[in-house]
Design a binder for this molecule. Structure first.
Ligand SMILES: *[C@@H]1O[C@H](CO)[C@@H](O)[C@H](O)[C@H]1NC(C)=O
Length: 327
């Protein structure tokens, strides 16, 4: 019979790693308790909070109110994006709860197009208010399966399941009419509730290789231990101290698994970023360069993100940048 101490050691080893369990009912966070999927029972999934709880957590975060220096002034113009592949949006019957943002004409087959699943602020069912930003990203050679449609999708809010449908669609070959989709290069991205939804989508789904969190991070301290299960590098693009994402992104940035590459940049816009500006404004530029660095190894784009001395750096654009573990 094995000595008692080895049982004890085995027990401790299991609790340190945590137990992955099939979740039944509402998720109640508890250190070491890891549901199998990121769905939870509320819109936005396991990392999110219900709209009913939002006021409580905003009160706790205590963001200062006040004017911002970088919020867009006036409405932006709709364009086809500034990238090499003028883009637009499509409604595709194979994906009835989504809007696709993609190049208007498929780029040559030699150009492989990373796939992005996108979630809207408020986990809203219409991506129209992010159209300028999403068109800009797509014009640089990306296929975006954005959850929701302008006409709504007979749901009050979107869910992780909607994102999974987009990933399944991209992986199944049905997206091929938009170009040479690289289903091995998948980013989950979203703003506010949609960002938490993106992180919930990435949770325990190994297809997702990058996570982009816009103006958001986890609200509840008691859920932060779930970050241990995040294996994909994370990029946070936050709107400075008046953004509800600010205090939480500061915490999550420190808590992500040791060694995981993380990028965090702040621009003084508040929660709404610059998505509505022409080509998505400064958030458009920052996110495009982040993606071009990540997916195409573009060294100029990487320098824009990491090197304050490089031409076009985010720093003279007034971003405050912090990062770790990138090589
Ligand atoms: C690399 O990124 C820079 C900066 O965004 C851009 O000007 C350039 O066109 C990109 N190169 C390629 C090959 O996409």
């Amino acid at each position: 019979m094995a000595p008692f101490s080895s049982f004890l050691k085995a027990f401790i080893a299991v609790s340190a790693v945590g137990v992955v369990v099939r979740q039944t009912g509402t998720f109640v966070p508890k250190a070491g308790y890891f549901p199998m999927t990121g769905d939870d029972t509320i819109a936005g999934g396991i990392f999110c909070i219900s709209l009913l709880d939002l006021g409580t957590y905003l009160g706790r975060a205590g963001n200062p109110a006040g004017p911002t220096s970088e919020a867009p002034r006036g409405a932006g113009q709709a364009t086809s994006g500034s990238g090499a592949y003028p883009a637009t949006s499509f409604l595709n019957p194979d994906l009835p709860k989504h809007t696709i943002f993609a190049p208007k004409t498929p780029p040559p087959n030699t150009v492989s197009l990373p796939l992005i699943t996108w979630g809207n602020g408020g986990c809203a069912t219409d991506p129209t208010s992010f159209k300028n930003f999403l068109t800009e990203v797509a014009s640089h050679g990306y296929i975006i399966a954005a959850v929701g449609r302008a006409s709504g999708i007979s749901q009050a809010q979107t869910t992780v399941e909607n994102h999974r449908a987009g990933l399944d669609w991209g992986a199944s070959g049905k997206a091929a009419k938009y170009g040479n989709v690289n289903a091995g290069a998948i980013t989950a991205m979203g703003q506010s509730c949609g960002g938490l939804e993106a992180m919930s989508t990435a949770y325990h789904d190994e297809r997702v290789k990058r996570i982009v969190m816009l103006n958001i991070a986890i609200f509840q301290d008691e859920k932060r231990y779930l970050l241990q299960e995040i294996k994909a590098p994370v990029g946070y693009f936050i709107g400075g101290k008046t953004d509800m994402g600010y205090p939480n992104a500061e915490k999550d940035y420190k808590l992500l698994t040791a060694g995981l590459p993380v990028y965090k940049a702040n621009l003084d816009t508040g929660h709404a970023g610059t998505y509505s500006a022409t080509n998505g404004g400064k958030f458009g530029k920052a996110v495009v360069n982040y993606l071009q660095w990540q997916w195409r190894g573009n060294a100029t784009a990487k320098a824009i993100l990491l090197d304050p001395q490089s031409p076009g750096s985010l720093v003279p654009d007034k971003w405050t940048v912090e990062y770790k573990n990138w090589v």
